[in-house]
Ligand binder design. Structure first.
Ligand SMILES: C[S@@+](CC[C@H](N)C(=O)[O-])C[C@H]1O[C@@H](n2cnc3c(N)ncnc32)[C@H](O)[C@@H]1O
Length: 212
């Protein structure tokens, strides 16, 4: 079995058809919000139901562009007519912003949804999409997650259950960021960052800065 982008798209389309909205921002968004400066711009990679993008946009401090591969969900989010926010159907691993550079890029629970090459492309494109001094915030599942090992293994740390997950080795992801020319400014791997029902796995948080 191989990782297939179309199957992942279908999985998330079906998931968000049943979870179109969520009024509660993640704990990660609440952690990031104090870093956001008035009058800036933020790009979210893989927004899902946009719980976090809408939270950032409602602060009125930041203008948000939010990407996802789910066309129906993007259509639904644009139909809400939220101010300060624009939703775009896009594969974030290939997203190159032609005319606009962002102050912040935010990626929560998305980089473990793409393969290693997709992760590398995302870091390289994000570096180009950010302004000088811009900041990249990442939250992802770790190789120490109890879910790792469930389903069919298709590669190092890569498993398919009802969908694809590539659990992240923190040092390997830091290395990918450094190779893309980012400077690492924060790292943490801990429980209690994203508890969900009975699950409270160790989660990775990384913050990188574009600074030459
Ligand atoms: C686990 S959800 C997380 C959603 C949201 N960031 C949150 O924290 O609630 C993963 C999201 O990433 C999106 N996604 C995964 N790979 C993608 C890609 N290559 N391009 C765009 N979106 C992608 C999925 O469609 C899904 O909406």
């Amino acid at each position: 079995m191989n990782f297939k982008q179309e199957e992942e798209q279908s999985y998330w389309e079906e998931y968000y058809a049943k979870h179109r909205t969520n009024e509660t921002p993640s704990l990660f968004a609440k952690f990031v919000e104090p870093f956001i400066i008035d009058g800036t711009s933020l790009l979210e990679l893989g927004c899902g139901n946009a719980r976090d993008s809408i939270f950032f946009a409602k602060s009125n401090k930041v203008n948000v562009t939010a990407l996802d591969q789910c066309q129906n969900q993007i259509n639904f989010l644009n139909s809400l007519g939220q101010s300060n926010i624009n939703f775009e159907f896009s594969d974030f691993t290939n997203y190159v912003s032609a005319h606009k550079k962002f102050d912040f890029v935010y990626s929560r629970f998305t980089l473990h949804s793409v393969d290693k090459q997709g992760e590398q492309r995302t870091f390289n494109n994000t570096y180009n999409n950010l302004k000088e001094g811009g900041i990249l915030f990442i939250e992802v599942r770790s190789i120490h997650d109890e879910l790792m090992g469930q389903g069919t293994q298709i590669g190092p740390y890569e498993y398919i259950t009802d969908h694809y997950r590539r659990f992240i080795n923190i040092n390997e992801m830091i290395d990918t960021g450094l190779k893309a020319n980012f400077k690492l400014i924060y790292k943490l791997e801990s429980r209690d960052l994203a508890p969900y029902g009975d699950e409270n796995p160790p989660i990775i948080r990384l913050i990188f800065q574009k600074s030459s």
